[in-house]
Design a protein around this ligand. Structure first.
Ligand code: TYM
Length: 344
């Protein structure tokens, strides 16, 4: 058995952070700190699987670290760092490239979406992306990974890689004196009313960093209060009032999305929100949602702005985090090298 429970999660610095990143991931990082040791990473090596302007990459890296801190991740307690500073991520990813199968990667829906018809022309890194993600998690033998719904398939693949490594190297794992489940089978932690926040302009499309069609579709964490309120006011809805029961949200993607956002922001269930607002029109619900969103996001945006204005503090936190991460990572890699048969 792995000795301890541990959380690992990461966000890619490939665009401005949005409400989906906050409700699906960052907000949920905070309470986990009271349950087990947590590692929160800015996965800059993942970001470059598609082209990133170096200046943007740096800006977004600071922004993500600032968002973690502003949301309440405590850098004394939890580890905050950027992936590229712990070289073992790349090293373990290589070994996993040799464990994982081409077919597993080719089935990833995110790869298929991103590559589209252009798969001959995307980077090799984009194809192998889930192998690096498995390395991020398993380097720390993390048992719990809080993420949004879109990462589910990648986490299943992480389990497949862990299992295949444990099987392929079973004899060597035993000969080296380790338990047979050397790598844990990580649990995805995908929970709550906003695991998939949708675009404000189209309730069937995920809110995403790369959304370019309409700026009104996405609430960014750095938006000011007026912008947030305007985007919510203009959000697409249907003409019906909110239903009397949560089941009534079925088949109403825009309404379900807004109610889910409200519920996640106030830490209630969808059913509780419907109990309060059922039967009311969007004319009443939208201002309440705007007020709530501004009250939760506003102070965090202020804190993020303060932190990114003087990146010295973030740099010190990430440097310290990388040192602490490296200690755990070095230990795992030493074990892995020996299991694989590398002489050291
Ligand atoms: P990324 O950077 O695309 O997204 C970061 C986190 O935000 C969640 N998320 C959402 N949640 C709800 N609704 C949405 N519309 C929405 N959009 C994004 C994502 O599910 C994610 O939790 N591959 C990962 C990064 C990664 C990682 C890891 C995560 C690399 N290594 C190890 C966990 C563990 C990614 O691209 O996330």
């Amino acid at each position: 058995m792995p000795a301890t429970n541990r959380v690992f999660s990461g966000i890619k610095p490939s665009g401005d952070l949005h409400l989906g990143n906050y409700l699906g991931a960052i907000r949920r990082f905070v309470p986990l700190q009271d349950q087990m040791p947590c590692i929160y990473c800015v996965v800059d090596m993942h970001a470059i699987t598609v082209w990133q302007d170096p200046a943007d990459l740096k800006r977004w890296t600071y922004e993500i670290a600032a968002a973690y801190i502003a949301a309440g991740v405590d850098p004394e307690k939890s580890i905050i760092f950027n992936q590229s500073q712990v070289a073992e991520h790349a090293e373990l990813a290589w070994i996993f490239n040799c464990v994982a199968r081409m077919g597993w990667m080719a089935r990833m829906t995110q790869f298929k979406d991103k590559a589209g018809k252009n798969s001959e022309n995307v980077s090799l890194g984009l194809f192998a992306y889930p192998s690096l993600m498995a390395a991020d998690i398993l380097l720390y033998k993390a048992t719990h990974v809080p993420v949004g719904d879109d990462q589910k398939q990648h986490l299943e693949l992480t389990r497949d890689i862990a299992q295949k490594f444990n099987n392929d190297y079973a004899t060597s794992i035993a000969a080296n004196g380790f338990e047979d489940d050397f790598f844990p089978l990580t649990e995805p932690v995908i929970a709550g009313p906003a695991t998939r926040v949708m675009s404000l302009r189209d309730g069937t499309k995920k809110m995403s960093k790369s959304e370019t069609a309409s700026d009104m579709a996405t609430i960014y964490l750095m938006d000011d209060a007026d912008t947030i309120a305007r985007k919510i006011k203009k959000a697409k809805t249907d003409p019906e009032p909110l239903p009397e029961t949560a089941e009534g949200l079925e088949g109403r993607p825009e309404a379900a999305n807004l109610v889910g956002i409200y519920a996640a922001l106030i830490d209630k269930s969808t059913a509780e929100v419907i109990a309060e607002f059922g039967g009311q029109g969007f004319g009443a619900f939208k201002p309440a949602l705007a007020e709530l969103a501004v009250s939760v996001l506003g102070p965090q945006a202020d804190e993020m702005r303060r932190l990114v204005a003087d990146p010295g503090e973030i740099e010190a936190i990430m440097r310290n985090g990388a040192e602490r991460a490296r200690e755990i990572a070095a230990r795992t890699m030493q074990e892995v090298r020996s299991i694989v048969g590398f002489i050291g």
